[in-house]
Design a protein around this ligand. Structure first.
Ligand code: CS2
Ligand code: MG
Length: 412
């Protein structure tokens, strides 16, 4: 079965998405998500200029060999652009192989280990009343686990709070929580870690008082704290029995998590900005985290993601795959097939795409009773409506960045 066509489709129904579509001589097609929020065009070029020409004529059944060829023949290793491009090829080939086998992809990965994948949604509010309304809305939508993000007194607009978008007057076509803003330049936001650390414990005390002790609650620190600040927050959240504290401190220095681990038993999730197993080596081997956050889309695809999760399983570490709106429905489907098939599944982030996106990407996965299921169509179960996709050309969009009160650039 030979690859005869490799198309890179950029479409922007509600935000920019990059999708690789492979076609074989027998007419089977496969899709792979290559979306890298704010750097989409870099991956488009990597795919168009340096990957697609190398794929033509290759045996579509040779997933591992193709992966190793793309990873090693590039000479330059790792990085989000390279690994998003390789991921798109890997996932598209798995899509094709599962279609050729007339099976949903999770069956090829070993079959289902559970009835569905527990999903979590994003509740947020600039203040407690707005946050509580958002939690109630997500409970009504059927979520059984919820991420909590709020405004911080004294800060104008911070990550993950829907009302920021309205407040910033950028209502537009984007989603409440879509952090990338359609504009020629990145938007500047403000940050104050001490104000944040003073504020957050009270938020979770109030949420527990309002919604009880059982609801799994998650929170995203979004890389903004030093290790000792992360330790302080983890410890202060212990009374509220968190499901996890995410990205509590930048983890390029994996050893930094040793300090955090010494001070708190709050479960830790890290890795949405990682792109290979090497980024996790110490974190997993020393059990410095509890959940692996990578997205299939950013980590080289299903093949390496399963290897990472098999490595993590040796240390009782589970998956918590990244699933914001900047992971396309193709990437979400790949994550859900993998999540259904691995034993050490933890939880799946699921922010839900908008109507325009769901018209471009025709999906078969379902969300019911708080659980995601990829469906039983052969392959990934996602098809790209090329006519719909053509209606939404790329629009420049960037993730915001932070500056502290004194003007210092800070992790966003
Ligand atoms: C966030 C993301 O979903 C999350 O956990 O960290 O919304 C992240 O900000 C975006 O994916 C960045 O593109
Ligand atoms: Mg995050």
């Amino acid at each position: 079965m030979k690859i005869t066509k490799a198309e890179v489709i950029v479409t922007s129904p509600d935000r920019n998405f990059v999708t690789l579509k492979l076609t074989t001589d027998g007419g089977l097609t496969g899709l792979g998500d290559a979306t890298l929020n704010g750097r989409e065009l870099a991956v488009v070029s990597y795919l168009k200029d340096h990957v697609a020409p190398l794929l033509l004529g290759k045996d579509a059944h040779k997933i591992e060999d193709t992966w190793q060829f793309l990873y090693r023949s590039a000479y330059w290793r790792r990085g989000p652009v390279t690994m998003a491009a390789i991921a798109a090829v890997d996932v598209a080939l798995w899509d094709i192989k599962a279609k050729a086998a007339n099976m949903p992809l999770y069956q090829l990965l070993g079959g289902a280990c559970r009835t569905g994948c527990l999903a979590y949604g994003h509740a947020s509010g600039k203040d407690l009343p707005e946050l509580f309304d958002s939690v109630r809305k997500h409970l009504e939508l059927g979520y059984r686990a919820i991420r909590i993000q709020t405004g911080v007194p004294g800060l104008k607009a911070i990550y993950g709070v829907a009302s920021n978008v309205v407040a910033a007057g950028n209502v537009g076509k984007r989603y409440d929580h879509e952090p990338a803003q359609r504009a020629p330049l990145p938007a500047e936001e403000d940050w104050d870690t001490r104000a944040y650390l003073r504020h957050i414990p009270g938020v979770f005390e109030a949420v527990r008082a309002e919604f009880g002790p059982e609801l799994p609650l998650l929170h995203d620190g979004h890389h903004r704290m030093t290790p000792i600040q992360a330790a302080k927050l983890g410890k202060s959240l212990e009374p509220y029995d968190m499901f996890w504290l995410e990205d509590c401190t930048p983890a390029e220095n994996q050893e930094a998590l040793r300090l955090v681990r010494r001070h708190t038993i709050t479960p830790l999730a890290i890795g949405e900005i990682f792109n290979t197993v090497w980024d996790y080596q110490t974190l997993i081997r020393e059990q410095l985290i509890d959940y692996v956050r990578s997205a299939v889309t950013h980590t080289g695809g299903i093949s390496p993601m399963k290897k990472i999760m098999d490595y993590a399983a040796q240390y009782q570490i589970k998956s918590g795959i990244h699933g914001p709106t900047d992971i396309s429905p193709v990437g979400m489907a790949a994550a859900t097939h993998l999540g259904l098939a691995i034993h050490n599944f933890g939880i799946q982030e699921y922010m839900q795409h908008g109507a325009a996106t769901n018209h471009v990407f025709e999906q078969s996965f379902t969300f019911s009773g708080g659980l995601l299921h990829p469906g039983d169509k052969p392959g990934l179960g996602v098809e790209l409506n090329m006519d719909e996709a053509g209606k939404y050309p790329y629009q420049t969009a960037y993730l915001p960045f932070n500056r502290l009160a004194d003007g210092t650039v800070h992790d966003w």
